[in-house]
Design a binder for this molecule. Structure first.
Ligand code: ADP
Length: 471
């Protein structure tokens, strides 16, 4: 059942109940009033008759000695009077009764004999009468009954009209208010209907750029529309991020396969050459084997780099422990000088760092330093210089790898931390374009930052800040 129908039923139900209670109250109040009014009137007339009654003779006197006034004086078209003696014989009655008698049951006689008047509603023929039965007393003895009756016809007619009025009025009011309720519920729920339509259109068309257009007041419905729009905004953002991430992932996979294919092609070529040549030319064979070894080496580096990044993507949490900086940097400097080849490699004085420690993963921190040192060495021509420096800066350690190599063009600077990004002019050299992406991930995992300053042709400085472990 629709909400609109439910609301309409609810309104109408409540209204019908209210009207029923109200109608019954009005009806019974009217009925009670009319009866009370009839009672007052018959009792009044009865008292008038009694006042005009004269008693002649002495106790114990039979009723015949009670002189009853002319009851017709007291009667009127709707009021009848009858006097009955103790034995039930009619002693006097008003002319307007015609051939009729006011019914007097044994029970009524018994009741009156107790000396008290009482009211009753009796049927005489087809008309109902309100009767006041008043005992006639002579010296405290009941000698007869004075009955004053009033026809209830007009009162019953009035009640009948009231019943019809209440019933018809109620039905019309119920019909009108139900219709109005139906229309009002429709009007109140229409914006919700529109919201539902838009939402389902968005859902069907998968168009997250659409919004619910609602120009009404900021009431409950307005707030609902606003909240839904905010939710759509968030959903749209999340979806966009997901799409970006998916695109990046696709790019990554295709770059990775491409990078893996290149060494495989070289290996394949060399293997075929070796198969064709056999042992004929030992020099060429050695060259081919060296090529293969070099490519295998490159591939295994690439695969281990990819593994690190895959772990990064899987939100791998590093196992952190206190790592003393001075020995770590000294070891990196030692390895750097081995890598340096024809370059001058120098390191600062790490003893100033004293016992300073960072909370981190020693192996990954070493990998970070080696990536930066290897890059500096790789992109600095023979005769150049590479320097590793470190000093404490407040609650951080600042590590710099400085070279006076080829530098990085301005257009490349924003991209060098992206996966597989390599500047055009370094394509000749070995390298996969993954080093700095890994370096950035390691730094971020340690809560630090990495920045680069570089000028093409003059050299580059990579600076890493890592938070120191507070002792
Ligand atoms: P790669 O394996 O190519 O070195 P990286 O991610 O380590 O990959 O570096 C990305 C790119 O940043 C490099 O291809 C190079 O163009 C540039 N780059 C990184 N370090 C240096 C440096 N010290 N001097 C000049 N260029 C650098």
């Amino acid at each position: 059942m629709s909400l609109r129908l439910k609301l309409t039923f609810l309104y109408s139900g409540v209204l019908a109940l209210t009207m029923l209670v109200f109608g019954l109250l009005v009806y019974f109040f009217m009925e009670h009033n009319l009866t009370a009014e009839a009672d007052r009137s018959v009792a009044g007339i009865a008292e008038d008759v009694v006042r005009s009654t004269v008693i002649v003779g002495r106790f114990p006197a039979p009723l015949r000695q009670v002189v009853i006034p002319d009851v017709d004086v007291f009667a009127n078209p709707n009021t009848y009077i009858q006097v009955v003696d103790r034995s039930g014989v009619v002693a006097a009655r008003s002319d307007n009764l015609g051939g009729q008698v006011i019914p007097l049951s044994e029970e009524t006689l018994r009741e009156v004999a107790k000396g008290k008047g009482f009211y009753e509603t009796v049927m005489s023929g087809s008309q109902s009468l309100r009767v006041y039965n008043r005992p006639l007393l002579v010296d405290g003895q009941v000698v007869g009954v004075l009955q004053v009756a009033r026809t209830m016809g007009p009162a019953e007619m009035a009640l009948k009209r009231l019943r019809i009025l209440l019933f018809l009025g109620g039905a019309v009011a119920l019909f009108l208010t139900s219709t109005l309720g139906w229309l009002l519920a429709g009007a109140a729920l229409r914006p919700i209907g529109r919201i539902t339509e838009t939402a389902s259109a968005i859902q069907q068309g998968r168009d997250l750029t659409r919004r619910i257009s609602y120009s009404g007041p900021k009431d409950e419905v307005g707030r609902l529309a606003g909240t839904l729009n905010q939710m759509l905004e968030r959903l749209h953002d999340a979806y966009r991020n997901l799409e970006d991430a998916e695109a990046a992932q696709r790019r990554f996979v295709s770059d990775a396969s491409h990078e893996l294919r290149t060494p495989l092609t070289t290996i394949k070529g060399n293997v075929e050459l070796l198969k064709k040549m056999g042992d004929a030319d030992p020099e060429t064979r050695n060259e081919a084997l060296n090529d293969i070894a070099g490519e295998v080496e490159r591939m295994s580096r690439l695969v281990s780099d990819l593994l690190v990044l895959a772990r990064a993507d899987a939100s791998l949490k590093l196992k952190k422990e206190a790592v003393a900086l001075a020995p770590l940097l000294a070891e990196a400097a030692r390895r750097g000088s081995v890598l340096a080849g024809g370059l001058t490699f120098s390191a600062g004085d790490f003893s100033a760092l004293g016992e300073a420690e960072v909370l981190g993963d020693k192996d990954y921190l070493m990998q970070l330093l080696l990536i930066l040192i290897e890059n500096a060495v790789r992109y600095t021509p023979p005769g150049g210089e590479v320097r590793l420096e470190a000093q404490a800066e407040g609650d951080c350690v600042e590590i710099s790898i400085i070279d006076n190599g080829i530098g990085i063009a301005e257009k490349d600077l924003p991209h060098i931390f992206e996966r597989f990004y390599r500047a055009d002019k370094v394509r000749f050299s070995s390298g996969s374009g993954l080093g700095l992406a890994i370096a950035r991930w390691i730094v971020e995992e340690h809560g630090g930052t990495i920045i680069v300053k570089s000028k093409e042709g003059e050299g580059s400085t990579f600076t890493v800040h890592l938070p120191l472990r507070i002792l």
